[in-house]
Ligand binder design. Structure first.
Ligand SMILES: [Zn+2]
Length: 339
């Protein structure tokens, strides 16, 4: 299983085209500038909507793992849809007066150009934050410091630039938001679509679980035919070292809701339907047939739209301390039964 080398990445090119076409409609900045094979490369953040006083924020992240291209594509296609609707969609215009939407569609651009899960230093960015699992993790998969030649390598010396800039950016959003919901799109685990939330490093219940339980109830009732998501703490499946969202959730400095969700799209379903993909390395992680590709890109639109509507409605901000205690208790009961 060699590492591919590409001069171009469809997702990075798409992001650049989207910026060139719509740049009057949003703010964009580079979180990090680097070079790859002599060419400049950056990690781009795009923001739409409200920007003055603290407001609800929804952050969409893709491409932390360079082989999971579909995650970046899902984020880019939602952003593209919003930008195309903005000219006529009055509801969206009003929503953006009160909500900030932030996008980091390709968080690991070197990984995209190399066709590798890891970054340019062979570090798995989702194992690289300074946080350790409390129990023994699955050999290699949970993160390790044995060798950069093996996958899921944590790195030796602190955070990689890509990890650091994402952490800093989320903290900046936290400090200027009344709530932050983050959706980080990945693919490659199992047959089903999973939504994982903290923690990945411990079985202890996440303090923000009550908010997630509340959102889950609203989603289930509002969209009863979209129950294809399995929502649970990541530690129900496996524990890992170095999870970025765990690190940020644990350090969340305020009592403002911070809700990091990891969308793990069930890519094995594509492999099952199209066994030839097994022979194509990227086929493990990316749907290959056009009709299936469209299906994946539209499959998560309702969820993403729901999250921005929940932010617009100040759903999380509206929960009283007393209500929250009840939600947290219900959440713990719900997710302890499902073990
Ligand atoms: Zn991933």
């Amino acid at each position: 299983m060699g590492t591919f080398s590409f001069e171009h990445s469809f997702e990075i090119d798409t992001l650049q085209r989207l910026i060139a076409k719509h740049q009057g409609l949003f703010r964009h900045q580079s979180l990090f500038d680097t070079h790859y094979r002599g060419k400049p490369l950056s990690i781009t953040a795009i923001e739409l909507g409200h920007q003055e006083s603290p407001c609800p924020t929804v952050l969409f992240v893709g491409g932390i793992h360079g082989v999971e291209r579909i995650g970046a594509q899902v984020v880019l296609s939602f952003l593209d849809s919003l930008l195309n609707r903005l000219a006529w969609d009055k509801h969206l215009q009003i929503l953006l007066k009160q909500v900030r939407l932030a996008f980091v569609p390709v968080a690991n651009p070197v990984g995209f150009l190399q066709g590798s899960r890891s970054n340019g230093n062979h570090v798995d960015l989702m194992r690289n934050a300074p946080i350790d699992a409390e129990e023994k993790v699955t050999f290699l998969v949970g993160g390790h410091r044995i060798s950069s030649k093996l996958p899921w390598y944590r790195g030796q010396n602190g955070m990689e630039a890509e990890t650091q800039v994402l952490v800093d950016y989320v903290r900046e959003l936290q400090s200027t938001s009344t709530s932050v919901i983050a959706l980080d799109a990945h693919s490659g685990f199992g047959l089903a679509d999973h939504i994982w939330f903290p923690y990945a490093h411990t079985r202890k219940p996440f303090e923000g679980m009550g908010y997630i339980y509340h959102l889950k109830q609203l989603f289930d009732r509002g969209y009863p035919h979209h129950g294809h998501y399995k929502i649970a703490p990541q530690s129900h499946y496996y524990q890992t070292h170095g999870d970025i969202w765990d690190y940020l959730a644990k350090a969340n400095p305020s009592d403002r809701p911070f809700i990091p969700l990891t969308l793990e799209m069930g890519s094995w379903a594509w492999v099952k339907k199209n066994p030839k993909q097994i022979f194509n390395f990227s086929g493990y992680f990316n749907p290959q047939k056009p009709h299936r590709h469209h299906r994946i890109l539209r499959r998560h639109v309702v969820l993403m739209q729901f999250l921005i509507e929940a932010a617009f409605s100040q759903t999380l901000e509206g929960i009283s301390a007393e209500q929250y205690l009840g939600l947290q208790t219900d959440a713990q009961r719900h997710w302890s039964k499902k073990r």
